[in-house]
Design a protein around this ligand. Structure first.
Ligand code: MIC
Ligand code: MG
Length: 485
């Protein structure tokens, strides 16, 4: 145990260092020192996180974007490194199919240690690669180590789980992770009924990110925290408690005999939504009583929906608005997802995170540009991330736009972009060719179409794994141990 490690002054000095100085903590260095373990366990994670920080800053300054994907295992990860990719993403969506005992669509319902375990495996694989390369005399062996940016989803619970999760990621050697504002357990991808994208209130998001930051500080961690903003896709929010969510919470403006939650069929629900004329409290009041809106607005500043509603009805006794009527059978409120909501949230929490990313399952250029402008207007030095997961039109209609997409993304100020499913899908394509080839061409197909191209693809080093590559380490160890005769 070193005095320096447990000294609040040393923690403050670290907070003033280049990697940390843009962050603002709502707690003291003394509180962090009190919570520290006797010894730091951040070595690999810190080295990789500092490497990631340098990469992000380089691209941010040059107005270029670092594009990457999600490796499934050591082989695809090594190919990414050899191809010159500078970072790698560890996707929860991919893990839902490949790192669990019961694969399913991505509901982020795997255990909270699933992604840290995946990171640990990939990290150790990278280290193995590095040892092999060094044993073969490669002076640049270190370049095989890609900083891994992992999916921490919603943090899997309240602050204690978030802290445990952050700890596991540091121990596993992650360079970064992202946390979103989804409600754990409610994530769905079909979204047919508009109930799939449920976020927590602003205060809960802030607690999550503060908990993550606190755990990283406790561990003396340089890990890069990404806020994945989901409000622009959200259709539901678990609570109306936070005044900052008031502009986006929707309520019925027409009184109907039954509330939304009591309806069971999709057509009934759709009809209800049309008849209820959903609006936010402010928009509803403004539309009904434009002449009284300024007074309402002044009197309700800083109040949440339930606090502001009685003031509205005092000013206009005939006014009807009910956020409760629009709650669904899980009790969640209706939410007007829009890019403005994502920007507003990002600006509230920017001091706690290093990278901000508007999560989208499809290319929405107008919103992507708006988000970057909105965040950079206030925080010009904040790194921005971007992803596209969705499928692309097979008729090629979007191809001309996609050809210049990365350049545009970079111009708008994004320095990191990833396509989480690219490698997963590509391996499927390669697997199909291999399976069909083996069926038709037998062993000779393997030699001609797999192992020989693998040797060529690896240059001096074959990309064929099995015994050939790591054998050099076994031989070296055997030499060191000797015969002991
Ligand atoms: C990027 C992502 O976090 C992932 O797990 O790969 C996805 C995003 C998506 O599929 O659009 C997710 O978890 O939602
Ligand atoms: Mg995910």
């Amino acid at each position: 145990m070193s005095d320096e490690w447990l000294s609040p002054e040393a923690i403050e000095a670290w907070w003033a260092s280049p990697s940390q100085k843009a962050l603002k903590r709502p707690y003291t260095a003394a509180a962090v020192a009190n919570l520290r373990d006797p010894f730091p366990e951040n070595t690999t994670s810190n080295a990789m996180a500092l490497r990631l920080r340098a990469i992000l800053e380089k691209h941010h300054r040059a107005k270029t974007v670092n594009l990457t994907t999600s490796p499934l295992e050591m082989s695809s990860q090594q190919m990414m490194a050899e191809a010159g990719m500078e970072t790698a993403y560890v996707s929860g969506g991919v893990a839902s199919f490949t790192a669990v005992t019961d694969p399913s669509s991505d509901h982020a319902d795997y255990t909270y240690d699933t992604l840290p375990k995946k990171v640990e495996l990939l990290q150790r694989a990278q280290k193995l690669n590095t040892r092999i390369a060094r044993a073969k005399g490669n002076k640049d062996a270190d370049s095989f180590m890609l900083p891994l940016i992992a999916d921490a989803d919603s943090g899997f619970g309240l602050y204690t789980t978030v802290m445990k999760l952050a700890k596991l990621f540091v121990q596993a050697g992650a360079a970064g992770f992202h946390i979103d504002d989804l409600f754990p357990g409610a994530k769905r991808f079909d979204g047919k009924d508009g109930e799939a994208w449920v976020i927590v209130p602003m205060c809960e998001l802030q607690k999550r990110l503060t908990a993550a930051r606190l755990q990283l500080d406790i561990m003396g961690s340089e890990l890069v925290v990404f806020y994945r903003a989901d409000p622009h896709s959200a259709t539901r929010i678990t609570s109306s408690v936070d005044p900052r969510d008031r502009p986006y919470i929707l309520g019925a403006t027409v009184e109907l005999p039954r509330h939304y939650a009591s309806l069971t069929t999709s057509p009934e629900r759709a009809e209800w939504k049309t008849k209820a004329k959903l609006l936010s409290l402010d928009d509803a009041f403004k539309a009904a009583y434009p002449e009284k809106y300024d007074e309402f607005s002044k009197k309700t500043e800083g109040l949440n929906v339930s606090e502001a509603l009685p003031i509205a009805t005092k000013l206009a006794p005939e006014f009807y608005f009910s956020a409760d009527a629009a709650r669904n059978s899980s009790g969640y409120y209706a939410y007007n997802g829009c890019v403005e909501a994502s920007i507003a949230r990002t600006l509230e929490i920017a001091h706690l995170v290093d990278v901000c990313w508007p999560n989208a399952s499809w290319y929405e250029p107008v919103d992507v540009e708006k988000y970057a402008k909105g965040v950079h207007a206030v925080h010009p030095d904040k790194w921005l991330g971007y992803n596209i997961t969705g499928s692309f039109p097979e008729d090629g209609s979007l191809d001309p736009e996609l050809k210049v997409l990365n350049q545009k993304i970079a111009e708008w100020g994004y320095c990191w972009q990833f396509m989480p499913l690219a490698m997963f899908t590509a391996l499927g394509v390669a697997a199909k060719n291999t399976a069909v080839g083996l069926m038709q061409g037998g062993t000779n197909f393997y030699v001609e179409n797999v192992s020989r191209p693998a040797s060529k693809a690896g240059g001096k080093d074959s990309v064929e794994w099995w015994y050939k590559k790591p054998a050099i380490l076994t031989d070296t160890a055997a030499e060191v141990i000797g015969d002991c005769m």
